[in-house]
Design a protein around this ligand. Structure first.
Ligand code: DX5
Ligand code: ZN
Length: 216
């Protein structure tokens, strides 16, 4: 069983409400929201204002992926805007343990994100505190990039780490995920699949979500 989290980065922002309702009715499990600041990644996208605006539009959990420098300064705002899950990049957090506790203290589920090059061992002393780990399967910044195949071994290694510690931390993956590689990702141990272009790139979102789910 995998959760599917369409990324609204690939949605039509001129009708965001309809775009979110479309994937909710199409069987999505979470709504993935990509927050980019033009510093940590070379793109600027969404702030807490949009999270607050879409909160009443859907029953689904809002999964906020912070690709920003100094995420600590914005956790309260995103939590109060209605985020159900917040993930921060290990590469952007000097005091990662503190940041995780901050997210949890706001009553929000906490995730840590690793860029493709970042080793898993940065999670060694925080894994048990996490609700999920997000492994980037592309370099963050843009939708529509190609899945980096070496990440399959990383998903598997993380899955082994989680099992070895007897934890139930979810493994989310993000970037280039589609119906063609979803099965391999799931077999490697991924249980939350973010998909932007593989959902919003098709006119029939229900079919696009079903195709990914059927492939797993
Ligand atoms: C990339 C973002 C992703 C992106 C995924 O930096 O974090 O969530 O929207 O888009 P696709 O699925 O098209 O690679
Ligand atoms: Zn993302």
């Amino acid at each position: 069983m995998v959760y599917i989290a369409p990324s609204i980065l690939s949605a039509d922002f001129s009708k965001l409400k309809e775009e979110i309702e479309d994937v909710e009715h199409g069987g999505a499990d979470w709504i993935h929201i990509d927050v980019m600041d033009g510093h940590f990644v070379p793109n600027i996208t969404i702030g807490p204002l949009i999270v607050r605006a879409v909160r009443p539009v859907t029953q689904l959990p809002l999964d906020v992926h912070l690709m920003i420098e100094n995420p600590d300064s914005y956790i309260d705002e995103f939590a109060e805007a209605g985020a159900d899950l917040i993930s921060v990049h290990a590469e952007a957090c000097t005091h990662l343990h503190r940041t995780i506790q901050h997210i949890k203290a706001k009553g929000v589920k906490a995730g840590v994100v690793l860029n493709p090059h970042s080793p898993l061992h940065v999670l060694d002393y925080v894994l048990k505190d996490l609700d999920y780990v997000l492994l980037m399967t592309v370099n963050p910044g843009f939708g529509g990039q190609v899945f980096i195949p070496e990440m399959l071994a990383k998903i598997e290694a993380l899955s082994d780490m989680i099992k070895a510690e007897g934890l139930s931390v979810l493994i989310q993956i993000d970037g280039g995920v589609n119906a063609g590689n979803a099965k391999a990702c799931m077999e490697a141990g991924a249980n939350v699949l973010v998909a932007g272009s593989a959902v919003y790139g098709f006119p029939d979102r229900k079919k696009a979500i079903r195709d990914i789910r059927d492939a797993t």
